[in-house]
Write a protein that binds this ligand. Structure first.
Ligand SMILES: [Fe+2]
Length: 403
């Protein structure tokens, strides 16, 4: 395979993408995918040797003795040094905004380079931030600079069934573990083509636009919460969902409901990623629509009948809903579900929903994750759950009831 051609195609697709010429970009990216698949087939889990040059997107197998080390790194959530595949690597974990936390050693290297930080003496290529505890987070280019252009291993988090997530920077190498039957196969994979593949497969599932401005639900839900919730959290669920789907051709083209209904039969290496991120995508896509700046007030139409018949009155329904939401320990969702014998209020953990758990047809649900309310309501979930009804969109809920 001609690497130059591949690189040229990637650049071409990227340029078209920037110019918003998506159809042309997608056509070229389809070509890139075919080439990348060929490369992967050619290099199918070749054994890694120290110093080996990886082609973009190449995945290579590490020695099985590395499994424990990699698992420790993935689970620790901490940056540091490890020796994997006979090489010493700097290993780091991504944050939701695409930055990397520096370990004390890298932090002092960084501060040697920029002693005046946060003043970087006009070097605009440096993207870094410091939190209140003095931790420093940097973007991929800056990390690459600190490491003198060397690649690093990245574990974005453990959501993807123990493997790392999307490699985002050219010098970033994903480290992960693939389960094949009873065997755990440690691997590393280089970025670039992979990054492109993720963008393309985003055409499978896309982040829906908010049906209103970010500040439209204020003061009930503030603009900053909406911006982070939609633009960071939901966006990440979509990206990770597409990445998981991209690993299995047979899953492409399935609807989100089809994937979630059949969660137990999904391939084991992506099951957890699809459960968490597919659930996240489904739940949030529903959530944006059932809120509206023109919302609130008493239930209308068919949902009013359902509420009165099954829960007595709106006041009683609301009370039961809030109670159920308060009871859920940790993150999750509280739902109105249509079951075989009527309607029920239930809650689910994490990004699970009634489709995944088989509890029935979800009519609507409220997000109980702290990211949905913490900025305004702090740890007071009950206040958030009480206030939420000021933006409830009964019109949409009636649509959900009849869909
Ligand atoms: Fe959320």
């Amino acid at each position: 395979m001609n690497k130059t051609t591949l690189q040229q195609l990637i650049e071409q697709a990227s340029l078209l993408d920037q110019q918003k010429r998506y159809a042309e970009a997608d056509a070229i990216t389809a070509k890139i995918i075919r080439i990348a698949e060929d490369i992967q087939a050619e290099n199918s889990m070749q054994q890694y040797t120290p110093g080996m040059q990886l082609t973009p997107g190449q995945q290579v197998q590490l020695d099985s003795g590395d499994v424990n080390q990699i698992e420790q790194v993935i689970n620790s959530g901490q940056p540091g040094q490890i020796n994997v595949g006979g090489n010493n690597w700097y290993v780091t974990h991504g944050t939701p905004d695409g930055y990397y936390l520096l370990d004390p050693n890298m932090k002092s290297k960084f501060l040697n380079m920029y002693p005046e930080f946060p003043d970087t003496k006009g070097d605009e290529s440096i993207k870094a931030r410091q939190d209140e505890q003095g931790n420093i987070f940097v973007d991929g280019n800056t990390l690459s600079k600190i490491l003198g252009g060397q690649a690093w291993l990245a574990c974005h988090d453990t959501v993807g069934g123990g493997s790392g997530q999307a490699a985002r920077s050219p010098n970033e190498i994903e480290v992960g573990i693939q389960q094949q039957g009873d065997k755990k196969i440690p691997f590393i994979q280089s970025a670039q083509v992979k990054k492109k593949l993720i963008r393309t497969s985003a055409s499978e599932f896309t982040l829906p636009d908010l049906p209103y401005e970010e500040n439209a639900l204020s003061p009930t839900i503030d603009a900053q919460t909406m911006s982070i919730h939609h633009g960071k959290h939901h966006k990440t669920y979509v990206e990770k969902l597409n990445e998981a789907i991209g690993k299995h051709k047979e899953l492409k083209g399935k609807s989100i409901e089809e994937l979630l209904e059949d969660i137990s039969s999904l391939p084991s290496d992506v099951k957890k990623a699809i459960r968490n991120n597919g659930g996240g995508h489904y739940n949030h896509s529903m959530f944006w629509k059932i809120m509206s700046p023109d919302g609130g007030g008493e239930p209308k139409g068919e949902i009013k009948k359902v509420i009165d018949e099954h829960f007595g009155s709106f006041e009683e329904f609301k009370k039961a809903f809030i109670e159920e939401g308060k009871k859920r320990f940790g993150s999750g969702w509280v739902w109105l579900v249509k079951t075989d014998d009527g309607f029920k209020i239930i809650s689910t953990p994490n990004q699970d929903n009634p489709i995944i758990t088989g509890a029935g047809k979800p009519i609507f649900g409220i997000d109980l994750w702290e990211h949905a309310y913490y900025l305004k309501y702090k740890n007071n979930r009950e206040d958030y759950l009480n206030a939420w009804w000021k933006v409830v969109n009964w019109k949409q809920i009636n649509k959900n009831l009849n869909s």
